[in-house]
Design a protein around this ligand. Structure first.
Ligand SMILES: [Zn+2]
Length: 312
């Protein structure tokens, strides 16, 4: 199956791999995956709240009854990929070292604070995250950390974990199942939506795209959006190169960062969803070019995106 599909819910990808594709796209509506072997399976990511994660686990039951989830990989440290961990706390939970740092920095308590702010950032956060319930979530962090690459044997199915970060976040794990020609990319790939460079550097994300394009894997399960192909990886790569070039030129010209974000015309990328992420992406380029620029905190970054999409 090398073609893109718009199916949602549980999507079979051959005998060993399944994708869990969020019914609606957008902020926080993340995907997950399941790799099955003899007598056990690997879950790739949990979801943004307990209700969503439980609904997914219930739908996976026909598969996991015979092959219980023994291992979980959190692809990275954004909450929409791990806040449901407490429902699979019996498993070995694995993440890249950088992802642990992100998880410690922003947990459910920080999201409750952000979405409760009386400010443009808070208003914007409530608009995009209001569908999620962060109450009652106990942060369950991974109990196994890896650096670089590691290989898992899930009941006879070989699974390769590769940390391609820092890029989207401080640690970004892609999950490659060679025998199924499938790769679960976490948020290194957004299908039909704008990538957001929370961390960078851009060069690491471009290298991650090149690594994905070089893999013997035609089926791409993105962190957000429908199951897709390498064409989506090429589009992400093109967007990142375009934005870096555009922001770099304005930085060199001495333009303030938000003026640059407002001035950039996205052209063929204008139709990608969540285009306001450009504000964060331009900030990240500016900080790469001038490391003395202070980083913005969560409310600062969401405030910039609120401004760019006219929420102020
Ligand atoms: Zn995500």
């Amino acid at each position: 199956m090398a073609s893109a599909t718009s199916r949602t819910g549980l999507v079979g990808l051959g005998s060993r791999c399944h994708a869990w594709i969020a019914a609606a796209g957008g902020w926080g509506m993340s995907n997950a995956g399941l790799v099955t072997g003899r007598g056990e399976s690997l879950l790739i990511d949990t979801l943004y709240d307990l209700r969503l994660t439980k609904a997914m686990l219930d739908e996976l039951t026909p598969l996991t009854a015979a092959a219980p989830i023994s291992t979980v990989v959190n692809t990275h440290g954004n909450g929409d990929h791990w806040f449901g961990n407490q429902l699979v706390a019996h498993a070995e939970i694995i993440a890249a070292r950088g992802s642990m740092a992100d998880m410690r920095q922003v947990g459910p308590a920080e999201m409750l604070t952000l979405t409760g702010l009386d400010s443009p950032a808070g208003h914007f956060a409530r608009r995009i995250f209001g569908r999620f319930d962060y109450t009652g979530i106990e942060p369950v962090l991974p109990n196994r950390v890896f650096d670089g690459e590691t290989v898992l044997d899930i009941g006879g199915t070989e699974v390769r974990l590769i940390d391609v970060g820092p890029a989207h976040s401080a640690g970004d794990t892609i999950v490659h199942v060679p025998s199924a020609g499938t790769v679960f990319t976490g948020d290194i790939v957004f299908a039909r939506a704008t990538p957001i460079v929370w961390h960078g550097p851009f060069t690491r994300w471009l290298a991650a795209c090149d690594l994905l394009l070089g893999l013997d894997a035609d089926i791409i399960v993105p962190g957000h959006g429908p199951v897709t192909t390498k064409q989506a990886v090429r589009e992400i790569r093109d967007y990142l190169e375009f934005v870096h070039e555009q922001a770099h030129a304005r930085f060199t010209a001495g333009m303030p960062v938000m003026d640059a974000a407002r001035a950039i015309r996205l052209g063929r990328f204008a139709d990608l969803a969540e285009s306001e992420r450009l504000a964060v992406n331009v900030h990240t380029v500016y900080r790469e070019l001038d490391p003395a620029l202070p980083p913005l905190d969560g409310p600062g970054l969401f405030g910039c995106m609120a401004e760019l999409c006219g929420d102020v």
